[in-house]
Every structure is written in structure tokens, then in C-alpha cells.
Design a protein around this ligand. Structure first.
Ligand code: ADP
Length: 364
């Protein structure tokens, strides 16, 4: 099959010797929404700019629809890029902004007008076509930026933190609009963000990056429920992570000896008895029971560890319970009010329980 976008062993070393991207491999199907997610400086923008042609490629190949594009100029590539704040031209009307790329390409006037009108209509901008962008809403500005990028009919749209400068509420509604548009247009989107909520809400797959390397590529739900590295487990969601050594491993279920007792989870990779490993338990997978002296030691695929209720914070239907552990650490367990009820108060001795299929064991 021909992928829309392929990065094969792509690397980038800047002139000052900084290795910004190391052995990046990714195949993207047509119509996929991909997010590059990771902390500031991990190499997201550099990778996106190498795809766009704004940055040279130090090693490896980038292919679009099977064609190697390493040496093409940005304007020769079938890509368009949307920058933070959209970078709209304030002195031009909406129509002028959308027309710009076609003008630069020297597209004949009649074809240009037809394409611009078609795109303005598709994005619901015909009514404001003769206005200047600064008076328009955040959502409309985003649609102008999209129209301007899409009118040149790119195979791939590249977005560099386009929602970065917006406040939280606006961001949320624009996110939804962006997702709907992408679905309707069926164009491949590659999106850079350092905000996990945005990546989780928008993407088909997320590429988690750390210090120039890919940590994990997964669908949002899998990333959340099946982290494959400790970095991902710490970066995504709200996980409790305990270190230990492997006590028992069978059929993908691994039991660790930890400071909190013997705890079991699933492991994607085989782990040998005695080796160091960590168990990752999502906050949503943990239930709380009153402690009655009996701890379920991996009975029926359920593990448990003891603690004491520190504080409860209720927001709407969700209760967040801070639990103080015997080791002096504390963790936060979140769940619907009907799961925890108002059964617990600070100082109560409790048992945290979770099913082994809801927890992940990672070597190291
Ligand atoms: P991100 O987008 O994840 O924040 P970047 O791709 O911007 O990360 O940067 C990755 C690394 O490359 C960082 O260490 C950054 O300091 C470095 N870097 C980025 N641009 C340049 C440049 N033009 N020259 C030298 N180093 C750079």
C-alpha cells in the first residue's frame, strides 16, 4: 500500500551539533489525524518543518505518496502549513487571504475565483468574504487559515500548535470544529502540540516524543491504557507507578514484589523473574474498599494495597480522593461519585483495588 506520508530513519542535527530528531519512523495513511506530542524541545516542530521543507533533513528519507521529497523546496511539496496564531494577512480581506496561495502559484483568474468561492463556501465563510480577519471570531480565523491552506489542494496539512495562543474555552470549541472539518475533508493532518488533552481529543494516533526520539505511537485510548514506556506512563493520564521486582510471570500477567505488596498487571513484553520492573495503574482503574484486615492478594485477577484517606475533592460527579500510603507517598484516585459514594472521610483506613487487566507492567 502507498502511504500518504512516510518518515524513514529521519534524523536532524543542527549546525551547532544538537541532535534534535533521532531515527524517526512513521507511516501515515490517507485521512489520518496524527499528533506529535511531547514536552518543549523534544523535536516535534523540527520534524514537522522537515516535512514542510523549512528545515533540511540530516539523515533518512521523507516520502509523500511514495515519492521521496527530501530535496524539494517547500512550494514544490504537496503540503500546507498552519502556524500558531494562524499568521493571517491583516490588510487583506478574507477572500484575499484565501486567494493568496493560488495567486503566488500563478493559477489563471477564472480557476482561482472558482476554487476560492468553493473553499469559502465549504468552510462557511462566504458571508464574511469581504471583511478583514481581525474583526472575526477565533473560530472564523481558524477557518480562514484552513481555507487558505486547503485551497491549494495539499495532500497533507501540517499544523504547528495552531490553538496554542487561545484561551481554554475557545480552544475546546475550535478543537471540535477542526476535528469535524478534517473528517469531512478526508485530508491527512499532522498536528504538533504539547497539550495532551488536545492530542487525545483530536487524533487517530499520537506520536509521543522525548528528547528527539519516538517513545510510543498509539491510538489515544491505547496510549492511555497501555503505555509501553515509563516516560509515556508519566506523561499521559494520571497514573500511579510503583517500582518492584518480578515475582511471577505467566501468560502476559506479571506479579511484582513492591513496597505496597504483591501487585499484578499485564506486560506486553516478556519479563524474567527477579528483574526490575514498574507497575502502572491508571487513576480511573483503582477502586476503594474499606479496609477490614484482609487484602486480596491477586485473587480473581485483583490486586490490592493499603492506605489512608487524606482528602476528598468533589467536582460535579467526579470525586478525587487523595490517599496517603504507608511509605509516605500519596496518590490520587478519581472516579464517579456513585463508585466511591460519600462513604469515605479523611483518616479512614482503606484498600485500593484494581484488576490486573487494567494495569500495565513495564520493564525498568
Ligand atoms: P519542540 O517543537 O518539541 O518544542 P524543537 O523541534 O523546536 O522542539 O526543538 C528540538 C531541539 O532542537 C531543541 O533542543 C531545540 O533547542 C533545538 N533547536 C530547534 N531549532 C533550532 C535551531 N534553529 N538551531 C539549533 N537548535 C535548534
Amino acid at each position: 500500500m502507498t502511504y500518504d506520508l512516510q518518515l524513514s530513519h529521519v534524523g536532524k542535527v543542527y549546525d551547532n551539533g544538537t541532535p534534535a530528531v533521532i531515527d524517526f519512523n512513521l507511516d501515515v495513511e490517507k485521512g489520518e489525524f496524527i499528533a506529535f506530542l511531547g514536552p518543549s524541545g523534544c523535536g516535534k516542530s523540527t520534524t514537522l518543518r522537515m516535512v514542510a521543507g523549512f528545515e533540511s533533513i540530516s539523515s533518512g528519507d521523507i516520502l509523500i505518496k511514495g515519492q521521496r521529497i527530501n530535496d524539494l523546496l517547500p512550494e514544490q511539496r504537496p503540503t500546507s502549513m498552519i502556524f500558531q496564531n494562524y499568521a493571517l494577512f491583516p490588510h487583506m480581506t478574507v477572500r484575499g487571504n484565501v486567494n493568496f496561495g493560488l495567486d503566488v502559484k500563478g493559477v489563471p483568474a477564472a480557476e482561482r475565483d472558482r476554487k476560492v468561492d468553493g473553499m469559502l463556501e465549504k468552510l462557511g465563510l462566504l458571508d464574511v468574504a469581504d471583511q478583514r480577519p481581525e474583526r472575526l471570531s477565533g473560530g472564523q480565523k481558524q477557518r480562514i487559515a484552513l481555507a487558505r491552506s486547503l485551497v491549494v489542494e495539499p495532500d497533507i496539512l501540517l499544523l504547528d500548535e495552531p490553538l496554542g495562543a487561545l484561551d481554554a474555552n475557545l480552544r475546546k470549541s475550535i478543537q471540535n470544529e477542526l476535528k469535524l472539518l478534517q473528517r469531512n475533508l478526508g485530508i491527512t493532518f499532522v498536528f504538533v502540540t504539547h497539550a495532551q488533552s488536545e492530542a487525545l481529543a483530536l487524533s487517530d494516533r499520537i506520536v509521543v516524543m522525548n528528547q528527539g526520539r519516538i517513545e510510543q505511537i498509539s491510538a489515544p485510548y491505547d496510549l492511555y491504557t497501555k503505555p509501553s514506556t515509563l516516560f509515556t506512563a508519566q506523561f499521559i493520564g494520571r497514573n500511579t507507578i510503583f517500582k518492584g521486582t518480578v515475582k511471577h510471570a505467566e501468560g502476559g500477567v506479571v506479579t511484582l514484589n513492591t513496597d505496597h505488596g504483591a501487585l499484578s498487571g499485564h506486560a506486553a513484553k516478556p519479563l524474567s523473574v527477579g528483574s526490575n520492573a514498574s507497575i502502572v495503574i491508571p487513576a480511573e482503574s483503582i477502586g476503594i474498599l474499606p479496609a477490614n484486615g484482609e487484602e486480596p492478594q491477586n485473587a480473581d485477577g485483583t490486586s490490592g494495597f493499603p492506605g489512608e484517606v487524606g482528602s476528598l475533592q468533589i467536582s460535579g460527579h467526579i470525586v478525587e480522593v487523595t490517599i496517603n500510603l504507608p511509605t509516605g507517598e500519596n496518590i490520587v484516585v478519581a472516579g464517579h461519585e456513585d463508585k466511591f459514594g460519600r462513604r469515605f472521610k479523611p483518616g479512614d483506613r482503606v484498600l485500593m483495588v484494581f484488576r490486573s487487566d487494567g494495569a500495565t507492567v513495564i520493564g525498568g
